[in-house]
Design a protein around this ligand. Structure first.
Ligand SMILES: [Ca+2]
Length: 214
């Protein structure tokens, strides 16, 4: 395979992956339209439980990204495979491209999968929280674009926990959003002090070099 073909192939693979931005975030930056009660400030009103016998998502005030509440999952027992979750039906504009997004906190979860999807329809692009044994303590903003087919006017948006599910493991999810792409802006991260310092040092060196060359 030619080099440019390999590069195009890799770009294609990368474009199928959701974008993950790890906090801390700059307050007030970004723009997303939360779905009805996507911030979980009104209990689980508007959300329905799917297969509650396997586990539940409940509102929690232990940790939230915005407001006082988020959704926290509680598995009922250990299992592998299809899981449980919550869902709500959302009206969408046929043919419109949206950005599906959410804020995720890994909590103490080290196995299984937590994601947003459209109930397994063919055009969905699931938004997965990366789960590893290395706990990421910062909130993560995860998003992906999805184009609604021209004959579809509503979707079933789900928040799911499945795979290698283990009791006692939980995550927090907040600010679930579905935003027309032209209204979407990702949240900005707070620059790390070290990178701010590096920029200052580089700027200073550039200034000195410029003065010497004059
Ligand atoms: Ca909230």
């Amino acid at each position: 395979m030619k080099h440019w073909m390999i590069i195009l192939f890799l770009i294609g693979i990368a474009s199928l992956q959701a974008t993950v931005i790890v906090g801390p975030f700059s307050p007030g930056t970004g723009n997303w339209n939360t779905v009805v009660n996507g911030g979980f400030e009104s209990g689980l009103a508007t959300w329905g439980n799917i297969i509650p016998s396997k586990g539940t998502f409940d509102v929690s005030n232990s940790l939230s990204f915005l407001g006082s509440y988020s959704a926290k999952c509680t598995p009922a027992y250990n299992f592998d495979g299809p899981g449980y979750g919550i869902a709500e039906t959302i009206a969408v504009t046929p043919g419109q491209t949206y950005v599906l997004s959410g804020f995720f906190n890994q909590g103490n979860m080290t196995s299984g999968a937590v994601y947003l999807d459209f109930n397994d329809v063919y055009f969905e692009v699931p938004v997965y929280l990366p789960i590893s044994t290395q706990i990421q303590t910062q909130w993560q903003f995860i998003y992906e674009t999805v184009t609604i087919p021209t004959n579809v006017s509503s979707v079933c948006l789900r928040l799911v926990h499945d795979g290698a599910v283990r009791t006692g493991q939980y995550v927090y999810v907040d600010e679930i959003a579905l935003t027309p792409i032209n209204q979407f802006n990702p949240i900005m991260i707070v620059p790390e002090p070290s990178s701010v310092l590096l920029c200052l040092v580089i700027g200073l060196i550039a200034l000195i070099l410029k003065r010497r060359s004059n």
